[in-house]
Design a protein around this ligand. Structure first.
Ligand code: ARG
Length: 459
């Protein structure tokens, strides 16, 4: 078992229960790579500043590089009895290089180390997640471009509303995802601060060079207050909040696709490779992948709550409670990466049910707003136009008639402004073409947006 870094002061051995209860190695072993890289930079700085002999630093760095190789190849055997990853690596280093290892912890505390490790870990993970979001956006964009001539009935309140281009609907997803990515990238600014040198919490009298360590580790800046360095985890809360918003977006997209794949909608077919069956109902093809994407929001939001509650009311500076920030952080990031990965694959395999969609566009109530606007263009007030079309739609529904089948005479009864040419607008293409205000579903505008997104996402 790894040696305790603080054992000498204790007159008695800690209880086995305490060891088990306080240990974090079962989850923080994942930070080993960052812990070692941080230690290498720290040792280099200590030697440069003549705080430790160059010879000892060289031996420390050599030993750490050995351990790093083992960690990266998966050969390193973690001691799951150790208190944490920091103790475990320190212990192995001591066993490897002997006395020189005792100088590594000069001007450093595990409070600093863990803050450093999480920040390094997060910088990598943010980049990975941002890349995955871009990949998902590109997959959705490709799907939109491949189906740029498809019009679907759009819904508000889950009731048929108006015609929109499928591509327009899909670009709405990309708009949200792009903001999610921007939020994560922005949060990285606040993660990208190097905390080593807090020396537990008040700084040190030894002549350390924090700027040198910062440069070695590729951080943008230094944390400017030693207490803040070890005390706060607001950057974790921020990432979890960003992931929570992203997960809400993804669950809503999943919900659209689930609805669209039902027999009732029948807009799309989700590939068999992303569905499961029923053990009792042989006819079923269930969208379980999408349902689990939708359900995972609960996990990620739980992780955010968990860290927020953990932080609330903590006295300033480092407290051991902070150790518990990592399981929710790891869980949220792992879950999000799994979701993004499978969503990319699933989206790449969706098939559009063109005929079923086209049949739904026969519902002429989709054009009620177009008729209102037709009347407004002829000088009728908005209120009056709404009443006219309301009456017409209600009569048609009551009598099971189509608007297009009304005679010239019948049209005139609703308003003398309703001329035979109104029938021309009872058409999905005419309808989407009419929506030419900036941000609308007019095909030329949507075409421009598709090109803009292509350029942006491929830049
Ligand atoms: N395992 C601890 C954590 O994750 C490391 C820091 C321990 N510091 C201490 N003073 N006990 O926060």
């Amino acid at each position: 078992m790894s040696k305790k870094l603080w054992g000498t002061r204790f007159s008695k051995k800690t209880s086995a229960l305490t060891d088990k209860f306080t240990s974090s190695i079962s989850f923080d072993y994942r930070l080993a790579k960052y812990d070692i890289l941080g230690s290498i930079a720290h040792a280099k700085m200590l030697a440069k500043q003549k705080i430790i002999p160059t010879k000892d630093a060289a031996s420390i760095i050599k030993g750490l590089n050995f351990i790093l190789k083992d960690v990266q190849s998966g050969k390193f055997k973690f001691d799951f009895q150790a208190e944490d990853v920091h103790s475990n690596i320190q212990d192995i280093l001591s066993k490897k290089i002997g006395k020189a290892a005792q100088r590594l912890h000069t001007a450093r505390s595990r409070n600093d180390q863990v803050a450093l490790d999480i920040r390094m870990y997060l910088k990598d993970e943010i980049d990975e997640m941002a890349d995955l979001i871009t990949l998902l956006e590109k997959t959705i964009l490709k799907f939109a471009k491949n189906n740029s001539k498809i019009i679907i009935p759009g819904y508000t309140h889950l009731q048929v509303a108006q015609c929109v281009l499928l591509a327009h609907h899909l670009l709405a997803y990309i708009s949200g995802l792009e903001r999610d990515k921007a939020r994560l990238i922005d949060a990285k600014k606040r993660v990208d601060l190097m905390p080593l040198g807090a020396c537990a919490f008040s700084g040190t009298g030894l002549p350390i060079d924090r700027g040198y360590v910062r440069k070695q580790l590729g951080f943008k800046d230094l944390t400017a207050n030693s207490i803040d360095s070890v005390s706060d985890r607001d950057f974790i809360v921020e990432i979890l909040a960003d992931l929570s918003i992203l997960s809400v977006h993804l669950s809503r997209i999943a919900e659209d696709l689930i609805l669209w794949s039902t027999r009732e909608f029948n807009f799309i077919d989700i590939d068999f490779s992303f569905c499961t069956g029923s053990s009792i109902m042989p006819h079923k093809k269930n969208p379980d992948v999408l349902e689990l994407i939708r359900g995972s929001v609960g996990k990620i939001h739980g992780d955010l709550s968990s860290v927020l509650i953990l932080m609330k009311g903590l006295p300033s500076s480092y407290n051991r409670d902070l150790q518990l920030d990592k399981p929710p952080l790891f869980n949220a990031i792992d879950t999000m990466k799994d979701i993004l990965e499978i969503f990319i694959a699933l989206f790449g395999n969706i098939v559009i049910e063109k005929e079923a969609i086209a049949a739904k566009l026969m519902d002429e109530s989709l054009f009620s707003v177009d008729i209102v606007e037709y009347l407004i263009k002829k000088g009728v007030s908005y209120r009056e136009a709404h009443d006219i079309v309301g009456r017409m739609v209600r009569d048609c529904l009551d009598k099971g008639k189509k608007i297009s089948s009304l005679t010239d005479h019948e049209l005139k009864k609703y308003s003398d402004k309703l001329k035979p040419d109104v029938r021309k607008i009872l058409n999905a293409w005419v309808s989407v073409n009419l929506k030419s205000s900036y941000g609308g579903t007019n095909p030329a505008l949507v075409g421009k947006q598709l090109n803009l997104w292509s350029k942006k996402l491929n830049a």
